[in-house]
Structure formats: C-alpha cells, structure tokens
Design a protein around this ligand. Structure first.
Ligand SMILES: [Zn+2]
Ligand SMILES: [Zn+2]
Length: 170
C-alpha cells in the first residue's frame, strides 16, 4: 500500500515540475492539491476547475517508475496548460509542447499498465452487434498488443470502449 514517504516523493516531483514550468514561462503558477483515490482504471486525473490532481494509489504501487517518468508530468502538464491558456483541447498542441519541450517527456496519452491489481470485473468492448465485456486478463492482452478478439457473430474485431472521455491516463 502507499505510504507517507511515497506521497511525499510524489508531492516533491509535482512541485519540482511546477517550478520548472514557472522558470520556463516566468509567470507564477498555482501548485495543485494532490489527492489519492482509486479512480477506476485511470492512473491519474486532473481537475482543472478545483486545481487538484488525483493519482490512483493501486496503480502507483505497481508502476512506480512510470508514475515518476510519465504519469506525474502528464497530469502536471494539464494543470500548467490550463493555467496558461485556459480552455484548450486536453491533449492538444499546447499540452504536447509542455510535455516535450518543458518536461522533456514523450507526450503519451495511454499506458499498458497491468490492471489486474484493481480487481475490476471486466472491460467494455464493441462490435457490430453491440457491447460485450471482456475479462481483465483478456483486456490486458489487448492492451499489450498480444491478442485481438473477434466477435463470433459479426466477425468484427472487438474494439475497446474507453469509459467515456476517460483513458488510462487522463
Ligand atoms: Zn458482433
Ligand atoms: Zn491527459
């Protein structure tokens, strides 16, 4: 489980990225509050209106390195972009530019995290017939590009339906 030291380290990383952005743009930015709630299959989410970043504690514990290298800069970039430019597309050119030019991080929007530790029941997929649920084990295979599944009736490849506008990292 996530401990005090983990939380402190994440906070430190968030603050370091913020001062980096602040130096880069030479304008004051407001560091967001960090929360730790399970948020479905999302690794992290940024609430721009309340200036809060939430990280998924379960996925964090299983993917520490990826959090420090990718997930934290990803969410911080959302907040920085919002404070600089207001309402712009979530992973648009401003966000991509902050990721790559300011934080020197690839502008990735999804991760291949193993979602088994989340204990979710299944994931929604779609074909011509409608929606179908795949098990977490199968879903993980699809996410790792190891396997595709085909509907027995319509013979279409099952396409993952991401929960609304959510994706692994939001
Ligand atoms: Zn079908
Ligand atoms: Zn995002």
């Amino acid at each position: 489980m996530i401990c005090k030291e983990d939380k402190a380290q994440v906070k430190q990383r968030v603050h370091a990225l913020f001062s980096q952005a602040q130096d880069h743009f030479s304008i004051p930015l407001t560091v967001p509050e960090i929360t730790w709630r399970r948020c479905g299959k999302n690794a992290g989410t940024a609430n721009l209106t309340t200036n809060k970043i939430n990280f998924n504690p379960v996925l964090f514990c299983h993917n520490r390195e990826a959090y420090f290298s990718d997930v934290i800069p990803h969410e911080v970039s959302h907040v920085v972009v919002h404070q600089l430019y207001g309402k712009v597309p979530p992973h648009g050119r401003q966000w991509q530019w902050v990721m790559t030019s300011v934080f020197d991080t690839p502008a990735k929007t999804t991760h291949n995290f193993d979602l088994t530790p989340l204990g979710l029941k299944g994931f929604s997929y779609q074909c011509a017939c409608g929606e179908i649920t795949l098990s977490v084990r199968r879903h993980n295979k699809v996410m790792r590009n190891q396997q595709q599944y085909i509907c027995r009736q319509c013979r279409n490849i099952l396409i993952y339906v991401e929960g609304g506008k959510h994706h692994n990292v939001e």
